[in-house]
Write a protein that binds this ligand. Structure first.
Ligand code: SAM
Length: 323
């Protein structure tokens, strides 16, 4: 199992399939991202070698992300390939939901276990304003379809935005009352490109936490392998609400994830200057070379990001690495 000098163990790989995205989220890619690098994205054979090597190092969960992963034409083959790698127990994906209604059945047939869909507002006009896409009803239908088709895990990601959605908490609570989905508020993170937007819109998750507690929500216990979210439940709601607060103390203490970009760069953290290409190791089957590369790279993983000091590393926006 991969381990760093702070005894953190890494069993989770977030793999970006493309930097391209067809949404224009105000905090990420307000001008969109038509990438010139698409022809250089990791190929299916490279992905197979990468995931096989990670699995031999103890990786058990893969999340496909981006950019927008559903823009990859070979997405179903990628899902099926990851799922077939011995040792991989869960294949998850994060999507903006653009292709959800059309493609969910084929993603499930390929072996997808878990899906996160980004939904920044339940108000169609606000959703369009934040994402640049007037598609909320279609995406919500896709979410209900995914649920009715029996996907094992379904979550909504909502970036907490002071002026756009902080007042929508009652609507979000109502949304999860009859649906067995988890909604997660993610605190807005500063990146190289979003400084002015961050200054206007960042809001600490603490304010939401207080409102949840006042409305009768209870903080659940965390199990040993849980991610960074604080999870809340309510006896009268089928779904749950989680909070991801990257600015909170000790956020990085349980970090269990590594990231590889769509161009084959290893990122030890979302907010680091350091990234190293491992693509040259994927030209042939040589998992031992990948293992040595990963173990050596981990010597340089720092104990925590430095977001509180506004150090965002080389990250201009999260679509570069996969949020
Ligand atoms: N295109 C997919 C999507 O929209 O979910 C996957 C990629 S996107 C970069 C992954 C997640 O990162 C989304 O939930 C998005 O809202 C979140 N995200 C992007 N930039 C962020 C930021 N600056 N702070 C917090 N979350 C961010």
């Amino acid at each position: 199992m991969l381990q760093d000098q702070f005894n953190r163990r890494f069993s989770y790989l977030r793999l970006s399939l493309t930097e391209s995205c067809n949404f224009r989220c105000s905090y990420c890619l307000p001008d969109g991202n038509e990438c010139s690098s698409r022809s250089e994205e990791l190929t299916l054979p490279e992905i197979k070698r990468l995931v096989t090597a990670f699995a031999l190092c103890g990786t058990r969960k893969i999340r496909l992300t981006g950019g927008e992963p559903s823009l990859r034409r070979d997405l179903c083959n990628i899902i099926a390939t990851c799922k077939a790698v011995p040792g991989i127990e869960q294949v998850a994906m994060t999507t903006n939901g653009y292709r959800l209604k059309r493609d969910i059945q084929s993603w499930l047939d390929a072996g997808l276990d878990a899906l996160n869909v980004s939904v920044d507002s339940l108000d169609p006009a606000t959703f369009a304003l934040v994402t640049g896409q007037d598609r909320l009803p279609d995406i919500l239908e896709g979410i209900d379809l995914a649920s009715s088709l029996g996907i094992k895990k379904l979550k909504l990601n909502t970036v907490l935005l002071r002026q756009h959605n902080a007042g929508e908490l009652p609507d979000f609570m109502a949304f999860v009352k009859q649906r067995a989905v988890t909604l997660r508020f993610i605190e807005l993170m500063q990146t190289g490109d979003n400084n002015a937007f961050f200054a206007r819109q960042h809001l600490s998750g603490d304010s939401i936490k207080q409102q949840l507690l006042q409305a009768g929500w209870l903080l659940g216990a965390k199990d040993a392998h849980a991610g960074p979210a604080q999870e809340f439940f309510h006896p009268q709601h089928q779904g749950g609400i989680g909070l991801i607060m990257p600015y909170s103390k000790d956020f990085c203490a349980d970090c269990n994830r590594l990231r590889v970009s769509s161009l084959g760069e290893l990122y030890l953290c979302l907010f680091t200057e350091q990234h190293r290409s491992l693509r040259h190791l994927l030209a042939q089957d040589d998992p031992e070379a990948v293992r040595q590369f990963l173990q050596h790279s981990l010597l340089f993983k720092s104990s925590s990001h430095a977001l509180a000091e506004q150090k965002t590393g080389a990250t201009r926006h999260l679509a570069m690495i996969g949020g």
